[in-house]
Design a protein around this ligand. Structure first.
Ligand SMILES: Cc1cc2nc3c(=O)[nH]c(=O)nc-3n(C[C@H](O)[C@H](O)[C@H](O)COP(=O)(O)O)c2cc1C
Length: 442
């Protein structure tokens, strides 16, 4: 990217904290997933810092766990993201909201309608994080069996096409609102979609006028080849989760090139590096905070999470001895398993330390200085257009970001000090789409 003061910055609200033990931190709000005042405070803090948006994740089922591990897991109980977004949008004026919506188990009419409504409610500040189902337990809540990976993305593509068609079902200038003549909207301004596809049959139009942004911004975070292709086709914001700056640069180049090959302007496809972190004013403060969270990991959910990561039951081994040899899997997750095991061996970790490392979900401790260096490296060497910051803790790191790190980025000329325009599209520099029109008026 060329203009560094246009770096994009989202903060990711994992509603129970990014670190498995975040909720047990005395600095964390009580009952974080259902604590509206605390979430409002976070949104307002992000807005004070002129961050572009808040990213809200979701899952349509609890992950498979034993009852004892479930009982010690904070992320099981939280607001549904769209209803939460409706509330947070009323407590903020400029902050965007990137809201997760699942294409495997919802219907396009239902979801397109909700995003249109949220876009109206928020004055055009909504993005849709398009996900395909990665949790097999979700099928059990929707009367079906899990859908395979390639089918999921085919369905997702048709889903997004239908949603776009529905958002275009009302002309931009449809509303007349003339009390004197009694005309509410132009008679020729509503258009049926009449979509008949492999997965969906949808007539349209929606029950609300075209969203303020035309189409809510589309975000996407899949990293498989099908996920990348989807992101390059539909994503305005593409979340990159790469383990090194070199791999992030390769991902960045590939996604931009793929988007260009599809006839899109690569400048309008913004790649955000997903960065999990604890942020302290100094390195010592950050290290101490991460060590505190690690010390709070309960071995019941901790070992279960590690077992899921390593695809092997780790519960029967002594906690304070080196991690035992375990069989390697041949499944898709073996890359993660091997990468994690290599790290464990190179650092000579005990089972307890390995469990604590997995509880961090990739978070690293940054001081304000080292964080600003990291941001600078990524945006000046073609590794990212911005960041999705996944905080391990619930509150302190966001405060340090707003009060210390953002001012440091501004001092280096890397971050803006106020919002641009009123909608999320204006703010992130992605044009509002003109309606594509095929069907006749209804
Ligand atoms: C930063 C980030 C956030 C994500 N948030 C969610 C989420 O909230 N809900 C969800 O079901 N999947 C989420 N995912 C999963 C991806 O959207 C995607 O479905 C998953 O990576 C599988 O796709 P792939 O096979 O293309 O990688 C997230 C992934 C990343 C990197």
């Amino acid at each position: 990217m060329n203009e560094h003061d246009t770096i994009l910055m989202l903060c990711y609200m994992s509603l129970g904290g990014g670190h498995l033990a975040a909720w047990r931190d005395p600095a964390a709000p009580e009952n974080p997933g259902l604590n509206l005042p605390a979430l409002v405070r976070s949104a307002q803090k992000a807005e004070e810092a002129a961050l572009h948006g808040m990213f809200i994740a979701d899952s349509l089922a609890l992950w498979e766990r034993t009852p004892e591990a479930h009982a010690r897991t904070a992320t099981n109980s939280h607001f549904e993201p769209m209803t939460l977004c409706a509330a947070l949008s009323q407590a903020t004026e400029r902050l965007g909201f990137v809201i997760t919506g699942n294409t495997t188990y919802n219907t396009p009419y239902g979801l397109a309608r909700s995003y249109a409504s949220l876009d109206h409610l928020s004055g055009g500040r909504v993005a849709w994080n398009v996900v395909t189902s990665g949790n097999p337990a979700e099928a059990g809540n929707f009367g079906g069996s899990p859908v395979g990976p390639s089918d999921r993305y085919q369905r997702a593509a048709e889903f997004v096409e239908v949603a776009r068609g529905l958002w275009d079902g009302w002309d931009d200038d449809a509303l007349v609102l003339d009390r004197a003549t009694g005309v509410y909207h132009r008679a020729d301004a509503l258009h049926a979609l009449d979509h008949e596809g492999k997965h969906f049959a949808v007539r349209g139009p929606l029950t609300s006028a075209r969203p303020p942004q035309g189409h809510p911004v589309i975000a996407q975070a899949g990293s498989s080849p099908a996920g990348r292709d989807f992101a390059a086709t539909y994503g305005d914001l593409v979340l990159s989760m790469q383990p090194s700056a070199d791999l992030a640069r390769t991902f960045y180049r590939e996604v931009k090139a793929l988007a260009a090959a599809k006839g899109r302007d690569p400048e309008h496809v913004k790649v955000l590096s997903n960065t999990a972190l604890v942020l302290g004013r100094t390195q010592d403060e950050a290290d101490e905070r991460l060590a505190l969270l690690d010390s709070l990991v309960d071995p019941v959910p901790g070992l279960e999470s590690l077992s899921l990561l390593l695809v092997h039951d780790m519960s029967g081994y002594p906690l304070d001895e080196p991690v035992p040899d375990i069989p390697l899997t041949e499944t898709g997750s073996s890359g993660i398993q091997q990468h994690f095991l290599a790290m464990v061996r190179s650092q000579g970790l005990t089972l307890r330390q390995a469990m604590q490392l997995s509880a961090r979900a990739g978070a690293q401790a940054f001081s304000v200085e080292s964080f600003a260096d990291h941001v600078e490296e990524y945006v000046t060497t073609g590794a990212a257009d911005g960041f999705n910051l996944v905080f391990a803790d619930l509150g302190p790191s966001l405060d340090v970001l707003a009060e210390h790190a953002v001012p440091e980025l501004r001092r280096r000329g890397l971050f803006r000090s106020r919002y641009r325009g009123t909608t999320l599209r204006d703010d992130i520099g992605i044009p509002r789409p003109a309606p594509a029109r095929s069907a006749a008026a209804v």
